[in-house]
Design a protein around this ligand. Structure first.
Ligand code: SF4
Ligand code: SF4
Length: 155
């Protein structure tokens, strides 16, 4: 989640991110994982930017919480998701939730239906067809997307 502040690529990205970012991928102007996600340990609700987010980087990079260290952005690490799926461009962060074995599209609260964009929705249905549980989230709202292309709120 987020990047170390600094100038060029080598300084801007932490070593582990260099190792996991797919070729040709970089966060660029995106800071969505530091705004759209709820972070309990920082008492940060989903939506507003984290108070430690400085420009395009993390102001407490060396001391950032474990949840920030553990976060993996599907778009950043994927070799197949195209550039126009960058989270700030589609309004949703694609990510795995390993705890519940779900593939998620976490939307910015300001764009709660970003997951319904035809391009994004087609991707989510394609993932559901592989047998994964696919859920779109926006704040406290959540929807399940099924392989048939049907979708509905989770209970
Ligand atoms: S959501 Fe992904 S692309 Fe955007 S800043 Fe976070 S890691 Fe980078
Ligand atoms: S502490 Fe805040 S700014 Fe830093 S990585 Fe975590 S969410 Fe982003």
């Amino acid at each position: 989640m987020a990047r170390e502040r600094g100038g060029g690529y080598e300084r801007r990205y932490p070593r582990e991110l260099i190792l996991t970012a797919a070729i040709g991928k970089s966060c660029g102007a995106c800071t969505m994982c530091c705004s759209a996600l709820e972070i309990d340990s920082l008492q940060k609700p989903a939506g507003p930017s984290c108070r430690h987010c400085v420009g395009a980087g993390c102001g407490i990079y060396a001391k950032r919480p474990q949840v920030c260290r553990d976060f993996e952005c599907e778009w950043l690490t994927s070799r197949t998701l195209p550039q126009n799926f960058r989270p700030d461009r589609i309004g949703a962060i694609l990510m795995e939730d390993a705890e519940v074995d779900e593939y998620r599209a976490v939307c910015a609260p300001a764009r709660p239906l970003a997951w319904r964009h035809p391009r994004v929705f087609a991707h989510l249905v394609a993932v559901a067809k592989t047998g994964r549980t696919v859920v779109a989230k926006a704040g406290l709202q959540a929807w399940r997307i099924f392989p048939s292309g049907e979708w509905g709120p989770t209970v």
